[in-house]
Ligand binder design. Structure first.
Ligand SMILES: [Zn+2]
Length: 116
């Protein structure tokens, strides 16, 4: 049987912060060149992210470089609250937009719904 953590990975805000530079690269570096980002110089932003210690810096440090919290923000798709940790649930019709992200409380409520 697949371990639960493999089937339903848990992602923390720190994971998002740690991965922000790679995510930025994957978003804005295509076919060997930097894409045009109307808000930021994508290449400079990538290099500026490299100046941060992504293992210890704050979300606000990332905000200062990128200009918004969308790259590090974690929100539960069920209760819509900002949280520090979510579990990823894949296999929905809207997976093209990414997996559903559920907070611990909502995941527990789902589990409770199965018990009478
Ligand atoms: Zn929730």
């Amino acid at each position: 049987m697949t371990p639960a953590r493999d089937k339903f990975p848990v992602v923390t805000k720190r994971d998002r912060i740690k991965g922000v530079r790679d995510a930025w690269f994957n978003q804005y570096f295509k076919d060997g060149k930097w894409c045009i980002n109307s808000y930021r110089n994508a290449e400079k932003t990538y290099h500026d992210l490299g100046k941060l210690d992504l293992g210890t810096c704050s979300e606000d440090d990332v905000f200062e470089v990128i200009g918004n919290h969308s790259w590090t923000y974690l929100k539960c798709d069920c209760c819509q609250k900002e949280v520090d940790k979510v579990v990823l649930v894949r296999g929905f019709a809207f997976d093209e937009y990414g997996p559903m992200e559920l907070c611990h409380l909502c995941a527990c409520m789902i589990l409770k719904a199965f018990s009478k």
